[in-house]
Design a protein. Structure first.
Length: 203
């Protein structure tokens, strides 16, 4: 009888542990506020600066942000930035650049096979996973093959399988990833490097 009770107790314990691990792995962090569409700003305010962006690091299939005059809200505190915001900043080369905020100060960020995780939670957002021209891995390869395009399939497979060990951001650091993982960069940016937040295109 004792053996049966011990066995039942062991099975019950294993089920609890498995249940906890399943719950942890299925947790997601949703960004329901950030939309992929970019606003058109017809009358920029006096607090807005403009910048003509000439790089395709944010392309989601519609030449997003490329060769456009951007409206940038300058008078903001870094603490007002939210996940999903596109920001304007000084990069490591001393040039001006734009990219998207994916992790905030004090958070842990990890990338596993092209999927972003924040504090162990899967980031559920249009920018939360590797893509090319706004397409996921399967859709991208199907499009390229159907069109008969010549391209570096192995290299692109590596982009979609991008992984990064978990890092923890300090209280003045943000993690940025460009929307096009092939053409853009992934970086930690200090609060002092921010110039403003991109609010749209200037018409």
């Amino acid at each position: 009888m004792k053996k049966i009770l011990v066995f039942i107790l062991m099975v019950f314990t294993v089920l609890i542990i498995l249940g906890c691990s399943f719950n942890a792995s299925s947790e997601t962090l949703k960004d329901e506020n950030t939309k992929p569409d970019v606003k058109v700003i017809e009358s920029p305010s006096s607090e807005t600066i403009t910048y003509h962006h000439m790089y395709d690091n944010m392309d989601r299939g519609n030449h997003d942000y490329f060769d456009k005059t951007l409206a940038i809200e300058k008078s903001i505190n870094a603490s007002d930035l939210s996940r999903g915001d596109v920001v304007f900043f000084d990069n490591e080369d001393g040039d001006k650049d734009i990219s998207r905020v994916v992790a905030l100060p004090g958070e842990k960020i990890e990338i596993t096979k092209g999927q972003i995780y924040i504090n162990g939670q899967k980031l559920d957002a249009f920018y939360g996973k590797a893509h090319r021209f706004g397409l996921d891995e399967k859709s991208y390869f199907e499009m390229m093959d159907n069109q008969g395009n010549e391209y570096d399939k192995k290299g692109m497979a590596e982009v979609f399988e991008t992984s990064m060990k978990e890092i923890k951001l300090s209280d003045d650091e943000y993690y940025l990833i460009s929307d096009d993982w092939l053409r853009g960069k992934m970086m930690v940016l200090k609060e002092e490097k921010f110039i403003g937040r991109v609010v749209g295109y200037v018409k």
